[in-house]
Design a protein around this ligand. Structure first.
Ligand code: ZN
Length: 333
């Protein structure tokens, strides 16, 4: 049975077709003219997870190839086609509009391009629906470092909410500065009525999950480090907040799937959703995530529950949720 039907946590820049990205990087001057595909591949797949500078480099490289409207459209439409081919019914693709303004696009231009790419992908590949999440970024050593860009991210997301944009995220390196310093940005997002998620408790302390909960997001990206303390885990259960769990992305360093807390989260009754994060960097897709969990003993019933959790937690409109639940009911009855 295919239980993998929804992906709620999927970064565009970490999920590009590599051959396309290489050719685009050459064309746009993001890599030296003599750089071979193998060298490019080496940068993207370098064993660099302990080296923050190298880790940032691969994300920056992927962002550098996505600075033009036509490229953002192309990349998004390609990703939608791939997701549909894999059998997904719904996905939320996220990216940070503030990372795509180097060649003159405004944040709103960049968001509109990704929305247009998703629309193109949905038209060409019926049977899948897509929402776009725009990411605020952790950058520098304080939340003040890029507060203007983050406020602009909120503004353009509000402008295109319901027109392809479905929500906001906070991404980047969660240990840059006190996590709670981002609270005013979430207050602003709540005032604007924008659904929110945020990366928390992924590479950072489990206590970040408590900070995140205090900022009242609708979901938490990762959140798996809440298992560091029973009190954190209890807070997640009490809040009933869905977690966007991305197992392969977390275990990329040593591939020890058995050590990942996902099974404990499921056992405790956390609202787990199963996602890919970065398809290229984590070398995965949604089918692979479900397959690996099945190999660890997670049952089809539990995987179906995760997919239903995702349908309930999606930042989509009521009509799309009804359509999605109808399809899942038919399949999982
Ligand atoms: Zn992520």
């Amino acid at each position: 049975m295919q239980t993998a039907r929804i992906d709620l946590h999927l970064h565009l820049d970490g999920s590009l077709n590599l051959r396309w990205a290489y050719e685009k990087a050459l064309q746009r001057g993001a890599i030296a003219p003599g750089c071979s595909f193998e060298e490019f591949y080496g940068i993207v797949y370098a064993n660099n997870t302990k080296d923050r500078a190298l880790s940032i480099l691969k994300f920056e490289l992927m962002c550098d190839v996505l600075q033009y409207r036509e490229d953002l459209i192309d990349a998004t439409a390609q990703l939608v086609r791939t997701l549909r081919e894999e059998g997904l019914y719904y996905a939320e693709i996220r990216f940070a509009s503030q990372q795509h303004t180097k060649a003159g696009l405004t944040q709103q231009d960049a968001l509109q391009a990704v929305i247009d790419g998703a629309a193109e992908g949905m038209t060409a590949n019926p049977g899948i629906r897509i929402g776009i999440i725009n990411c605020m970024m952790h950058k520098g050593d304080s939340a003040a470092f890029n507060i203007a860009e983050n406020l602009e991210t909120i503004r353009v997301t509000k402008a295109l909410l319901g027109k392809g944009a479905v929500g906001l995220d906070l991404a980047g390196f969660e240990n840059n500065c006190p996590f709670i310093d981002y609270a005013p940005l979430f207050e602003e997002a709540h005032r604007e009525g924008i659904p929110c998620t945020m990366h928390a408790g992924e590479m950072g302390e489990g206590s970040h999950v408590l900070d995140a909960l205090s900022m009242k997001p609708d979901r938490i990206g990762h959140g798996v480090n809440c298992v560091q303390d029973p009190a954190y885990l209890q807070a997640v259960l009490d809040a009933g907040i869905p977690l966007e769990v991305c197992v392969s992305s977390n275990v990329k360093r040593d591939l020890n799937y058995a050590a990942h807390p996902v099974r404990l989260l499921l056992e405790k009754g956390v609202k787990v959703t199963i996602n890919t994060d970065n398809r290229v960097f984590a070398r995965t897709n949604t089918l692979h995530e479900h397959m690996m969990l099945r190999m660890l003993g997670v049952t089809d019933e539990q995987l179906i529950r995760c997919t239903r959790n995702a349908a309930e937690a999606a930042f989509c409109d009521g009509e799309t949720r009804e359509w999605l639940c109808y399809r899942l009911d038919k399949e999982f009855c």
